[in-house]
Design a protein around this ligand. Structure first.
Ligand SMILES: [Zn+2]
Length: 220
């Protein structure tokens, strides 16, 4: 079976930047499974996998506009230090916040006296991504997977068996780290891949994991 819309695809991959540094790899985590055609992964990678069969390997070059976007100065904003209340902001710290562009992952880029610069760009914005991929399996998606927009076996940040129950996800149980409670990691598109509670488990290439877009609440 070839990779096409409405197939569930498992790929192994290594992601490198322009300098050849490894940014992410499926490695020990095992293959990344996603529902093709459902925007589970970044567009450039999805296009690159289209039409392949199990066992195929390929180098896929993804320009910023088909990856995590161009870097935009417009996504920088200044907030007063006092906005953090009792928390002590540190450079590199990430959190989710409602912005005028919707829910985004913000990174603390600079702290200058009483002013904190927040960066709403994805950490890989502006970067050309070099994927070495291997297709491990391709299968037809189940109807429930199509309805939910994500695969149900062994995928997602919950490592198997879907995303658990609604109750556990509301406790942040889905991702099982302490950060989950602060950031609803699974509730935003970029949250899952851009850090937050999924950052240790979630493949970078996975735009919205099995837990994204309502996945956490699904009982499948
Ligand atoms: Zn589901």
């Amino acid at each position: 079976m070839r990779v096409a819309k409405e197939t569930v695809v498992a790929i192994e991959y290594t992601l490198k930047d322009d300098q050849g540094n490894i940014i992410d790899a499926s490695g020990d985590r095992g293959p990344m499974e996603y529902l093709h055609g459902a925007q589970n992964i970044i567009p450039g990678l999805e296009q690159g996998v289209e039409g392949l069969v199990a066992g195929d390997t390929k180098n896929v070059l993804v320009p910023p506009q088909l990856g995590y976007g161009e870097y935009s100065e417009k996504l920088l904003q200044l907030v007063p230090l006092t906005a953090f209340g009792a928390n002590t902001p540190q450079i590199g710290m990430r959190f989710h916040a409602e912005t005028n562009l919707g829910m985004r992952v913000l990174t603390i880029k600079k702290i200058d006296g009483e002013e904190v610069t927040l960066d709403g760009n994805h950490e890989l914005a502006g970067q050309t991504l070099h994927f070495d991929i291997k297709v491990v399996s391709v299968r037809a998606a189940e109807l429930t997977e199509l309805a939910h927009g994500h695969p149900h076996q062994s995928g997602g940040c919950c490592g198997g068996g879907g995303c658990g129950s609604g109750e556990s996800s509301s406790e942040g149980g889905c991702c099982s780290t302490s950060e989950a409670s602060e950031g609803s990691c699974c509730s935003t598109e970029e949250g899952a891949s851009a850090g937050g509670c999924c950052s240790t488990e979630q493949p970078v290439a996975q735009k919205q994991g099995g837990c994204g877009s309502g996945g956490c609440g699904c009982s499948a």
